[in-house]
Ligand binder design. Structure first.
Ligand code: GLU
Length: 460
């Protein structure tokens, strides 16, 4: 028995060494890309138990292939502003993995977008998309264009120029972009129009997140936010807890955040805070979602405007202070690395019971370690925010079949998908001896689906 244990220990050490070597190569090949390196490290570390059990993945160099994008496209995006000045931005599309379907993932328009951001997002998308159980590969893209303060016409001209290049690389069976930060229904509409004009064909399935009137799916807008709450509710249920009568803090006030707030409220929670890049609002009575929706979805205003209408609420500058507000459940739904160790310490000392990631990689590794150490229920982004891309895949299915499902049908399928992701991730965490660790569980489930497809398709 002792001998067996020793052999196992040596195997784990060897695989650990192998994984570290891969990570060293990733660092060397992708210097100055901290976010991409962070995303890769988290996944590689969690895959050690699978590689020990199944050495074929090592022999076939699946990890070495997985960390290298199939293709990275960078392009110039020239456009003319309202004063007649020529502006130039940089466009990206990373086509990371197509083992289980056409590349799929959003486009982000934000000044922070660069190769590191796009590659970290594209890498995460591999596992997230596989977890949904839908036939979608992984891609991501965007631009360092800042939509803030731009007129509607400037947005349109930028989107048209961006699509003029991107159109050469995408298609309903090739790569299907969607929205992300800074890209919503308006931008998708302009890009779809330009794609259609360039192709001279109505290929509805080339983009998702379209308007309902021209091929969009009911329930897509709400899907990421609702999905996060469905997933966290499932996780809470297992411990006899629920959103009902809980105090909740949700960062961000974009598409993910707004619909996470809506669903949490529908389940009986009191959501007391949300934020944007200007700062956060705290409303002890529970925030008024109609005001937030109007400010953000209609008027494009900053979140501090909220306190003008609701004097009982307060506004604070800065993004991390939101995590000092006591709550039972925290849902970071803003952006990457918005929740660091110090913020995690505040949440833990205030007695947080569960954290669910609506944004992509919002918690730093130190923050995740802190939650694990203190047995806070933790729903990682790849699993918890997969609802958006899952319903995008349902939009693709409806486009292919030229049919439209009802809101209830889509929402029912979304709930089923989120429950399945939860159950499969939980089961994997138990099978690989880290019961309840959904970070490891989700990575393993996503990895096995993609890795097995890659093995079947040979060395390509
Ligand atoms: N941007 C979202 C994500 O990170 C949605 C992508 C999509 O619908 O393709 O998953």
């Amino acid at each position: 028995m002792k001998v067996m244990e020793e052999i196992k220990e040596t195997q784990i050490q060897n695989v650990g060494k192998y994984v570290n070597e891969i990570f060293e190569v990733v660092k060397e090949r992708n210097p100055n890309e901290p976010e991409f390196q962070q995303a890769v490290k988290e996944v590689l570390d969690s895959l050690v138990p699978v590689l020990v059990k199944n050495p074929t993945y090592m022999k076939q160099a699946v990890l070495e292939r997985l960390v290298e994008p199939e293709r990275l496209i960078t392009f110039r995006v020239p456009w003319v502003d309202d004063s007649g000045n020529v502006k130039v931005n940089r466009g990206f599309r990373v086509q990371f993995n197509s083992a289980i379907g056409p590349y799929k993932g959003g486009l982000r328009f934000h000044p922070s977008v660069n190769a590191s951001i796009v590659k970290f997002l594209g890498f995460e998308q591999i596992f997230k998309n596989a977890l949904t159980g839908q036939p979608i590969g992984a891609g991501k893209g965007g631009s360092d264009f800042d939509p803030k303060g731009k007129s509607d016409l400037e947005i349109m001209r930028f989107c048209q120029s961006f699509m003029t290049e991107l159109a050469k690389h995408i298609g309903p069976d090739i790569d299907v972009p969607a929205g992300d930060i800074g890209v919503g229904a308006r931008e998708i509409g302009y890009m779809f129009g330009q794609y259609k004009k360039l192709r001279g064909a109505y290929e509805a399935g080339v983009l998702t997140g379209k308007g309902i009137g021209y091929g969009g799916s009911l329930g897509r807008k709400e899907a990421t936010g609702y999905g996060v709450v469905y997933f966290v509710e499932e996780m809470l249920k297992e411990k006899g807890l629920s959103f009902n009568e809980s105090t909740v803090v949700i960062s961000g006030s974009g598409n993910v955040s707004i619909y996470a707030i809506e669903k949490a409220m529908q389940l009986g929670a009191k959501v007391v805070a949300c934020s944007d890049s200007s700062g956060y609002i705290y409303d002890p009575n529970g925030i008024n979602l109609e005001t937030v929706k109007r400010l953000k979805e209609v008027e494009n205003k900053r979140i501090y405007e909220y306190v003008k209408e609701h004097p009982e609420a307060s506004f604070q500058v800065g993004y991390s202070g939101i995590w000092t507000i006591p709550c039972d459940i925290a849902l970071p739904c803003a952006t990457q690395n918005e929740l660091d160790k110090e913020s995690a310490e505040h949440l833990v000392s205030n007695g947080v019971k569960a954290v669910g990631e609506g944004a992509n990689m919002p918690s730093t590794q130190e923050a995740i370690d802190m939650f694990m150490e203190h047995h806070v229920l933790f729903a990682p982004a790849k699993a918890a925010n997969a609802g958006g891309v899952a319903v995008s895949a349902l939009e693709m299915a409806q486009n292919s079949a030229r049919i439209a499902w009802t809101q209830e049908e889509v929402d029912g399928k979304l709930q089923e998908i989120m429950n399945t992701i939860y159950r499969e991730s939980m089961k994997a965490s138990e099978k690989y001896n880290v019961p309840g660790n959904l970070v490891v569980g989700a990575n393993i489930v996503g990895f096995i689906k993609v890795a097995d497809a890659m093995l079947s398709q040979g060395v390509i």
